[in-house]
Design a protein around this ligand. Structure first.
Ligand code: PLP
Length: 391
């Protein structure tokens, strides 16, 4: 069965052009970029070129890009560094809707004596900047707030946040794993000190990420050892994956308009039609600015996992929350933070599109999902009530 893949916030297909770009760096050009000989030197040149490509996508300087193994590592590196840079400061600000890569770390730091403020969001997933203003003080070492939410696609006002953070002299990190490649980001005019990205969310392979580190921002490396990455991240570079990430960033820049027109158009049509055809649904984060590729819909009185399984039987891949929380039957922490009622949060399905999706796939979901929801509602008393109200 050919998959209809609408789970691109979990991971993306590697673009064939990206794969072709990385292929020679396994069996032919396998030199170590740190080696003195010509064979390593030619790989070093390609790593430098990849660094420039990543920097160009972000409006950054190549020297500001540090390659890491994943978004999670970049997040950990940024937050842990800030705490080492300011050992006298014991306060961290983040939000209740961060990815576990940030939230789990912050919660473990709170057990080790740090004061952690988790900012709330409203029903549409928006931040209250006054809450940030009230929480931040001279003791705040770092504010880590995601650029865009992986479950709902809600985009936070990063530059407004940054203006508040800078007034208090704290460092500002953003987890932009879901934003990079989907919306335009320009570090040249930004207040962000550190930004995390991950290759596998933008059609590069899994196991490669990067940390943008603004020039002049003090940094203490999380991984220590050799002098790779200007001593900011030790370990022999994952050359093929770095080269792949560079190519993926170049392609993301080229396809950004498509992402914001064609992909957004498909997302909007999917959302509109599902809301029209299925009663008692609500778009999570519908009232907020969102990524162009993501829609999360809560269907009242149905189980998200059951929907996913029935969609999966039709070849349709979606998610009932973030990839990292599926498998657990707890309603997602993001939807709970937004105050989505339990009966809706449980029936939430996220569709996340990419430039590889086509209109016919959207048609298939629009055709297949309404009878699935109806079938599931028919087997529950509350579900039958909804059906009775809407027939
Ligand atoms: N941050 C966000 C917002 C994510 O969506 C993810 C992955 O789903 C991560 C961080 C973790 O990235 P990685 O899988 O590269 O460690």
């Amino acid at each position: 069965m050919k998959e209809i893949y609408f789970d691109n916030n979990a991971t993306t297909k590697v673009d064939e052009a990206v794969f072709e770009e990385m292929r020679p760096y396994f069996c032919e050009l396998y030199g170590n970029p740190s080696s003195m000989h010509f064979f390593g030197g030619q790989v070093q040149k390609k790593v430098d070129a990849a660094r420039s490509r990543v920097a160009t996508l972000l409006g950054a300087d190549p020297a500001e890009i540090v390659f890491t193994a994943c978004g999670t590592e970049s997040d950990n590196a940024a937050i842990r560094s800030a705490l080492e840079v300011f050992p006298e400061k014991r306060h961290i600000i983040t939000t209740r809707v961060e990815h576990p890569a940030v939230l789990t770390l912050c919660r473990s730091l709170s057990k080790r004596g740090y004061r952690v403020t988790e900012l709330n969001v409203d029903g549409a997933g928006r931040l209250d900047l006054n809450e940030l203003k009230n929480a931040i003080d001279e003791d705040t070492a770092i504010v880590s707030i995601m650029y865009a939410n992986n479950e709902t696609g809600v985009v936070f006002p990063i530059e407004e946040v940054g203006a508040i953070v800078k007034e208090k002299g704290a460092l500002f990190h953003t987890d932009a794993v879901q934003a990079v490649g989907k919306i335009s980001i320009n570090m040249a005019t930004s207040t962000v000190d550190m930004l995390s990205l991950s290759g596998h969310k933008l059609h590069a392979p899994k196991g490669i990420g990067a940390l943008y580190l603004r020039k002049g921002v003090p940094f203490r490396p999380f991984m220590v050892g050799g002098h790779q990455e200007r001593s900011r991240r030790a370990g022999t570079e994952a050359t093929a994956s770095i080269i792949a990430l560079g190519k993926a960033c170049e392609l993301a820049a080229r396809h950004m308009d498509d992402e914001n027109t064609r992909v957004k158009g498909m997302r909007d049509r999917l959302e509109r039609e599902l809301m029209r055809l299925i009663p008692a649904g609500r778009v999570n984060g519908g009232g907020a600015e969102r990524l162009p590729n993501t829609v999360s819909i809560a269907f009242e009185f149905v189980e998200g996992e059951a929907i996913l399984l029935l969609l999966s039987e039709k070849g349709i891949c979606a998610s009932s929350g973030s990839a990292c929380t599926s498998g657990s039957l707890e309603p997602s922490h993001v939807l709970r933070a937004m105050g989505v009622p339990f009966t809706c949060a449980h029936g939430s399905i996220r569709f996340s599109l990419s430039r590889f999706n086509i209109d016919q796939e959207v048609d298939t979901v629009i055709r297949e999902l309404p009878p699935i929801i109806r079938r599931l509602r028919e087997i529950s008393p509350f579900g039958r009530e909804i059906l009775a109200q809407h027939c």
